[in-house]
Write a protein that binds this ligand. Structure first.
Ligand SMILES: Nc1nc2c(c(=O)[nH]1)N[C@H]1C(S)=C(S)[C@@H](COP(=O)(O)O)O[C@H]1N2
Ligand SMILES: [Mo]
Length: 570
């Protein structure tokens, strides 16, 4: 058979208005042909994802190419982009990332589809590049197993077959394929006529003619192949989803019975909760507690397989099972958690009652070697978090927590066990799904976010937030409660003040304090007069330091500045 030259890709005019070539001739025909090519690419991609999902259902969710590529993207995302994503998409940043990946994938799939019918070898090569991307992403994930390359490999192999079948079916529609390349030539096989002649086959009727009703036979063959690909993709993906649902620890979590605390938290006075509508509750319910982590798929850690190892610069390495952990004397404590990515006035802060084993007691059992100044904790997801030894050991309620607001830890918040150290931003203290504690030095080891430029030691900044009225709210003139929360974990809040339109600072009323590791509600009753007004808030912490007006971004050690809202009074 003849091997057409590359330039043949440009010899398309032979086909312009070429009625004899059948159903897709003319300008509308070329458009349809393009649509068929794009559809071929999209279907091949769908088949790839469906088959990959199916195989991931067997080998585990981390091998799913979208998850692996997404995870790699998260790790490689420059800090400003990540901060933008957290600030603008919030907890939807992962949905935004996945959507972005799928859109990019769709665009490339369309290009591959267009390429494949003209030059199959190039289309297949582009597909291989995609496979290589997926495989290397899967291999470089910190928690990856070798089997995590299988979903991508299987997906790409099946997509290649789909692409060949669809490209052939599309060519069979009668539209000429100017160049199918070597692979195309081989795949054409000696028994088939040149692609630019209508082919005889079981599915082909006579060549389509103008005025003939119903889809032309070539087109029918393409539509059949396409529908087959779509069904295969959906079926494989659906079964994969079902298989993946087995990887779930919610039943094991429901069976956990938390023991009573050996050290209970002091009773909380009724004055801790101001009961103002719109004000953040003193305890943040688990279901609405903010979530920040790098995981596209939540780690599912069966408690009976979980262990904690304490090693590194210690006298006696310690290993602990979940049952061992529950037998330790547990402490109950109210501690708030804040993310360094929280903008002034932002939502990434919450307060809960935790139950956990004493972290300093565990470290004392292991015996910290002189000179060690860092506890580097590692999670099953590969996250590393470094915490100063001094903060863990100075007597604050540093916990290896198992309970949150009276429940076993929710899976999203670190089930079965996580670290908590009051007063430090989450990325330096709050390791979820924690499995190892390595006692080391700051000189020797750097943790995940520190490698990306964030501060190695990061105390939570003193902050205050206006919860009500909401920004741009309309309120009635008269007595309007202005209320919110203020925090300076492990230093405590001494005062909160409000200013209207830049006027004098007025003292807000503080709710009762529940220790120094939680936030504190505050309220100031405003005698509001009609017009547009700006309300601003600032807090003074237990050391006497007042929030600065100077605005800085969240990188590298947390935002500074004061929260304000503009409201209309009518
Ligand atoms: N394993 C793991 N632990 C983690 C993280 C993570 O990405 N992976 N993120 C940290 C960050 S940045 C914060 S702010 C807190 C958030 O805890 P939460 O999701 O329970 O609110 O978890 C910390 N612990
Ligand atoms: Mo964070």
């Amino acid at each position: 058979m003849t091997r057409r030259s590359l330039t043949g890709t440009r010899s398309r005019p032979t086909r312009a208005g070429d009625g004899p070539h059948g159903p897709w001739a003319g300008a509308a025909g070329r458009l349809r042909e393009l649509a068929a090519d794009v559809l071929s690419g999209l279907l091949a991609a769908a088949v790839a994802l469906g088959v990959a999902e199916f195989v991931a259902g067997i080998t585990g969710p981390l091998g799913s190419p979208v998850v692996a590529v997404g995870g790699a993207a998260i790790d490689m995302t420059p800090i400003p982009v990540k901060d933008f994503a957290i600030a603008h998409f919030g907890s939807h940043d992962k949905t935004a990332l996945i959507s972005g990946i799928l859109v990019l994938l769709a665009v490339f799939a369309a290009v591959i589809g267009v390429l494949a019918r003209r030059w199959l070898a190039a289309g297949l090569a582009a597909l291989a590049v995609f496979g290589a991307l997926g495989v290397s992403a899967a291999l470089t994930r910190p928690a990856a197993a070798p089997a995590d390359v299988l979903p991508t490999l299987a997906g790409v192999a099946v997509a290649a077959a789909a692409l060949v079948i669809l490209a052939r079916a599309a060519r069979g529609t009668g539209a000429p394929a100017p160049d199918t390349g070597v692979a195309g030539a081989i795949l054409d096989g000696p028994t088939e006529g040149p692609p630019d002649k209508p082919r005889g086959g079981p599915l082909d009727g006579p060549p389509g003619a103008a005025g003939r009703p119903g889809p032309a036979p070539g087109r029918r063959r393409f539509l059949l192949a396409g529908a087959g690909a779509a069904v295969a993709a959906a079926a494989a993906g659906g079964i994969g989803d079902l298989l993946l649902r087995r990887v779930n620890v919610s039943a094991a979590r429901a069976r956990v019975r938390l023991p009573a605390a050996a050290t209970t938290a002091p009773p909380v006075s009724s004055g801790t909760e101001l009961q103002i509508s719109g004000l953040s509750s003193f305890y943040t319910p688990n279901a609405s507690f903010y979530r920040v982590d790098t995981d596209l798929v939540l780690p599912q850690v069966p408690p009976d397989q979980w262990t904690l190892r304490i090693g590194g610069m210690v006298g006696r390495p310690v290993e602990l099972t979940f049952a061992d952990l529950l037998r330790l004397p547990l402490t109950e404590a109210d501690i708030m958690l804040v993310c360094v990515s929280n903008e002034v006035g932002g939502p990434y802060a919450g307060n809960a009652r935790w139950l956990g084993a004493s972290l300093p007691a565990l470290l004392r059992r292991a015996g910290i070697t002189r000179g060690a100044d860092q506890v580097l904790s590692t999670s099953v997801d590969g996250m590393t978090i470094s915490t100063p030894v001094s903060a863990v050991m100075d007597g604050r309620n540093a916990l290896l927590a198992v309970g949150m607001n009276g429940q076993p830890l929710p899976v999203a918040h670190g089930f079965p066990a996580r670290m908590l150290v009051p007063g430090l931003y989450g990325y330096t203290s709050a390791t979820k799904w924690v499995t190892t504690l390595e006692v080391t030095t700051f000189a020797a080891r750097r943790a995940y976010w520190t490698q990306r430029g964030y501060a190695a030691v990061a105390p939570i900044r003193t902050e205050s937030r206006i919860d009500v009225p909401k920004p741009l709210a309309q309120v009635k003139a008269g007595r309007v409660p202005v209320a919110g929360v203020a925090w300076a974990p492990h230093r405590g809040i001494r005062a909160v003040q409000v200013s209207v339109n830049g006027g004098p600072w007025q003292a807000a009323r503080l709710a009762s304090a529940d220790g120094i590791d939680t936030w504190r509600q505050w309220v100031w009753v405003w005698d509001a007069t009609p017009g547009l007004h700006q309300l601003q808030v600032r807090a003074t912490d237990g050391t006497g330091t007042t929030q600065t007006t100077r605005r800085t971004g969240v990188f590298p050690s947390g935002a500074t500045g004061q929260d304000s809202v503009v409201v209309t009074v009518t």
